[in-house]
Design a protein around this ligand. Structure first.
Ligand code: RIB
Ligand code: CA
Length: 346
């Protein structure tokens, strides 16, 4: 009996060895790129273990984001994964600031949750509300998971970095205990997609992104618009996934087909893998063909350039670690991973 138990424990250890432990911080809408990222990770059990999911305001407010995550988890029969909300909004940025910015400097391309009612929670189309409530302690959850596994946790940050910044401010010691942060956000040499100057995740909470970029987290990997603009999907790629029918691909079809970028209504539309690219990197990094190491920061002076990515003045953050900024990719390789995981049968 004891031998059997020992063999079982050894096997369990070997099974876990080499797997990346992931804390997923997301601002998921109905499905989009955040939802696809979650599916890709959960359908890759040999490579990654998603420890818990923390929800941050961004595309939608956190209670709505949690509802959408619960819906996807239910479709995947993974309802036991912890989901927690944290910050109720960005550190400084508000809807009023965004409105005033539009009045002064012209319209913004995308303002995410600032366009929505923070109190409203609606179910996924064709479903009832899941009736599940997230935990409310995302910031403490991040801290405790990192402290429980020093040097082992990868944070995959797919939205504004508010929860993560709060965790770093509450417990600065965790900075060096995080294995690495892989994030979608920022734009170095290309235009923004929220304002002309700034990418959405950085723009929604510039002060939070600055805290993370100035931190001592040992490894920072950035999937900004420079690489994400090269990972476009059009109707033929959409069809390859939407035509493989399952409850999951039906949700994909509804969201990317009828909402954003609305391929079923606008067959010439273009979509982007964005967060799914960062998730794919955790499964097989070989699709990245070019990257550069840079010290970067975020513009936090409110104005036309609020949230834009700028070089870091290292004198103000001498302990900041550099960021590996991704610039080039092999699209066929990464799309193969995306398609495989989204169309997989559980
Ligand atoms: O700029 C792209 C980012 O904002 C992604 O995280 C995506 O989810 C969008 O809302
Ligand atoms: Ca996102």
């Amino acid at each position: 009996m004891m031998r059997l138990l020992a063999a079982f424990l050894l096997l369990a250890g070997l099974w876990g060895a080499g797997k990346d432990t992931i804390l997923l911080d997301t601002d998921s809408g109905l499905f989009g790129d955040d939802g696809a990222a979650l599916v890709m990770l959960l359908r890759s059990p040999a490579q990654v273990a998603v420890q818990s999911i923390t929800i941050v305001p961004g595309n939608v407010w956190a209670p709505q984001g949690a509802e959408y995550m619960f819906h996807i988890l239910d479709l995947l029969k993974r309802g036991q994964i912890t989901v927690a909300t944290g910050a109720d909004g960005p550190l400084i940025h508000t809807a009023a600031m965004a409105r005033e910015s539009e009045r002064r400097w012209g319209s913004l391309s995308y303002i995410g949750a600032f366009a929505h009612d923070a109190a409203a929670v609606i179910p996924a189309p064709g479903s009832k509300l899941t009736a599940r409530k997230p935990r409310r302690d995302a910031v403490n959850l991040l801290i405790s998971e990192i402290e429980r596994r020093p040097g082992q946790v990868t944070i995959l940050a797919l939205g504004p970095m508010t929860n993560i910044a709060l965790a770093l401010r509450m417990k600065p010691e965790i900075e060096t205990r995080i294995k690495r942060i892989v994030f979608m956000g920022g734009n170095l040499r290309v235009a923004g997609n929220a304002s002309n100057a700034a990418e959405f995740n950085f723009w929604f909470d510039p002060e939070a992104a600055r805290i993370v970029l100035r931190s001592r987290i040992p490894i920072k990997m950035m999937f900004g618009l420079d690489i994400c603009n090269l990972a476009r999907i059009r109707k033929p790629e959409f069809d390859q996934i939407a035509n493989v029918r399952s409850p999951l691909t039906d949700l994909f079809r509804e969201d990317l087909g009828n909402r954003y970028p609305a391929f079923l209504q606008k067959p010439d539309a273009t979509g982007y893998l964005w967060d799914s690219l960062a998730a794919a990197y955790l499964l097989n990094p070989d699709f990245v063909t070019r990257s550069e190491s840079r010290y970067i920061d975020v513009q936090t002076t409110w104005g036309q350039f609020y949230g834009s990515t700028v070089p870091l003045d290292r004198r103000v953050a001498p302990h900041a670690t550099p960021v590996t900024v991704m610039f080039g990719l092999d699209f066929k390789r990464v799309f193969a991973i995306y398609k495989d995981r989204l169309t997989k049968v559980d």
